[in-house]
Write a protein that binds this ligand. Sequence first.
Ligand SMILES: *[C@@H]1O[C@H](CO)[C@@H](O)[C@H](O)[C@H]1NC(C)=O
Ligand SMILES: *[C@@H]1O[C@H](CO)[C@@H](O)[C@H](O)[C@H]1NC(C)=O
Ligand SMILES: *[C@@H]1O[C@H](CO)[C@@H](O)[C@H](O)[C@H]1NC(C)=O
Ligand SMILES: *[C@@H]1O[C@H](CO)[C@@H](O)[C@H](O)[C@H]1NC(C)=O
Ligand SMILES: *[C@@H]1O[C@H](CO)[C@@H](O)[C@H](O)[C@H]1NC(C)=O
Length: 290
Amino acid sequence: MKYFTSVILLLITAFIAANVNAIVTGTYFDRIVLIIFENTTFSQAEQQSFLKNLTSRANGLLLSNHFAVAYPSQPNHIAIIYGSTAGITDDNSHNITGNNLIDLLEAKGVSWKAYMEDFPGNCFTGTFAPSGTDLYARNHNPFISMNNIRQNSARCANIVPGTQLDTDINNNQVPQFVYFVPNQKNAGHDTGVAFAMNWFQNWFESKLKKPAFTTNTLFIITFDKDDGSQSNHIFSALLGTPVHPPSDHNDTTAYNHYSHLATVELNWNLGNLSRQDATATPFTKFLQHP
Ligand SMILES: *[C@@H]1O[C@H](CO)[C@@H](O)[C@H](O)[C@H]1NC(C)=O
Ligand SMILES: *[C@@H]1O[C@H](CO)[C@@H](O)[C@H](O)[C@H]1NC(C)=O
Ligand SMILES: *[C@@H]1O[C@H](CO)[C@@H](O)[C@H](O)[C@H]1NC(C)=O
Ligand SMILES: *[C@@H]1O[C@H](CO)[C@@H](O)[C@H](O)[C@H]1NC(C)=O
Ligand SMILES: *[C@@H]1O[C@H](CO)[C@@H](O)[C@H](O)[C@H]1NC(C)=O
């Protein structure tokens, strides 16, 4: 009897362990990694050699007709996970009610984390950190503004500092939905796009060699908005083994920041938030599951 009980316990433990790491297979990809830069027009970004290099790769694709949805930064980040700007037109702190992408992901068991460079952790709700440097800015972290994330300690613990990504890659624990925001310098906000792309190349190339990061992963490299001087035309690129680009590596389909939600929802059959995500065009034209 004692032996029988231990075997059952062992089986239950093994079942739980297997399901913690369970991958929910997607239609086009099994992981999506969004990396979001700052304050750069399409034409400025297009001239960056590293970005040209990425879109020219065998699994690289330029989205040449992608527009941000608002000024300043914050409403664009909100749009990406909420399906509307929630009426926000500034970079101040806001608390937002209602469902968001995380509700849809968790309902289907798709793991997620928001990696924010220089985020202090512990569900920090302040505007800037660390004090005196302001490398982390809340207006680029839409997750903390969602009431049902900020007020839920398990969810809030999924907002982590950028360095956690290296740990997660080394432990083969990278979640299936990754939202990565470089700090105010590395995203180009305080420094410009050339500085940002130099940082990005160093940061990204080594990670692209890690299967724990790249296997069946769709990478989206994008900018939250242009620099305010033009029509909000931004540079975006898709990369990874799910991407099968046409010979010119140029997808001219009209997209906006609601397309991110539409892509994730379609991939995992998540339904929608009944906001602008429901009618947005997903980035799936040249995607195929590896
Ligand atoms: C991109 O850069 C890498 C290394 O810097 C190089 O090996 C590769 O050939 C380049 N790819 C393209 C398509 O230019
Ligand atoms: C948001 O809610 C927090 C408590 O979770 C509160 O301290 C803060 O004042 C609220 N902010 C706004 C802008 O309403
Ligand atoms: C955005 O970039 C422009 C130049 O491209 C610069 O003048 C402006 O100060 C930047 N905005 C912020 C908030 O850094
Ligand atoms: C992509 O296609 C658009 C529309 O045809 C064109 O204006 C643009 O020059 C192309 N860009 C590249 C890099 O091929
Ligand atoms: C969006 O979700 C609503 C509510 O679940 C559903 O009625 C509607 O058909 C969905 N729209 C699309 C385009 O899938």
